[in-house]
Ligand binder design. Structure first.
Ligand code: NAP
Length: 249
């Protein structure tokens, strides 16, 4: 018996990449997980491979009706909501001068507004159930800037700030809210990037989705005194800069 027995979890964007690794990690801990994603075949296949601890529901995180339906389905299948992982996200390449206004809005819509909607509809359920955990998958792009990724950077900084506001509002209801900030991770999202992206990091490699899932699992099941905090896994990318200093005389 754990604190999550008889309760449900929802992982958005859970059909592939980091989300799928989180789904597998939670199910391995006997936590019942709903995979909410646009990708129906991949989501259904993942649910079948995980077994009775997972089911797929089509969820567009920007759609209010979808959120209400999927949360209802999750609670009907597995019990009162205990865990929401706002993981769904998209990336778009474009400079401030060249990105189209529509593309900017779409990124912010999915990455920030979608996560806000999730918290908006999930928080009353978590409160009613006596508490729970919300994890928002931000990025190192929520801690620093990246040229050519303005919309993504704006959305991930926004998500980091929203996490803190929600943590302050929901703590007394027993709901913890934290943000997770991965650096480059091998997933379909980063297929277009080459390994040189990670070359300057102290740990000069991409991370794996399972490494993010391990931190998420820890934050859900072990980090019971953490809320409003940021958890970074980036191979040291945000630690600072190595300077090419003159040799000591
Ligand atoms: P991914 O492989 O592209 O998976 C993202 C999933 O989210 C996809 O299944 C995608 O479906 C789904 N999704 C997109 N829009 C959605 C919507 N409106 N509603 C529901 N689901 C939607 O990406 P990932 O690399 O695993 O990224 C997961 C999260 O980690 C994202 O928030 C990302 O920003 C963050 N992150 C990733 C990295 C990295 O290096 N990979 C680093 C830092 C942070 P579609 O394919 O249909 O769009």
């Amino acid at each position: 018996m754990s604190a999550f027995t008889g309760r449900s979890a929802l992982v958005t964007g859970g059909a592939r990449g980091i989300g799928a690794a989180i789904v597998r990690a939670l199910a391995k801990d006997n936590i019942d997980v709903v995979i909410g994603d646009l990708l129906e075949p991949a989501g259904t296949a993942l649910a079948e491979s995980v077994g009775p601890h997972a089911l797929f529901q089509r969820l567009d995180v920007t759609d209010e009706a979808d959120w209400r339906r999927v949360l209802d389905e999750a609670e009907a299948a597995y019990g009162p909501l205990a865990i929401l992982v706002n993981n769904a996200g998209i990336l778009d390449f474009g400079d401030v001068e060249t990105e189209s206004p529509m593309a900017f809005r779409h990124v912010v819509d999915v990455n920030l507004y979608g996560a806000w909607l999730g918290m908006h509809y999930a928080a009353p359920r978590l409160r009613a159930a006596g508490g729970g955990v919300i994890l928002n998958i931000s990025s190192t792009a929520g801690l620093m800037g990246y040229a050519g990724l303005g919309a993504y950077v704006a959305s991930k900084w926004g998500l980091r700030g929203l996490t803190k506001a929600a943590a302050l509002e929901l703590g007394r209801a027993g709901v913890r809210v934290c943000s997770v900030h991965p650096g480059p991770i091998h997933t379909p999202m980063t297929e277009v990037m080459d390994e040189s992206v990670a070359a300057a990091q102290p740990l000069p490699r991409f991370g794996e989705p399972e490494e993010v899932a391990a931190m998420v699992r820890f934050l859900i099941t072990e980090a019971t005194f953490s809320t409003g905090s940021e958890f970074v896994l980036d191979g040291g990318a945000t630690a600072g800069q190595v300077l090419n200093l003159p040799a000591p005389s």
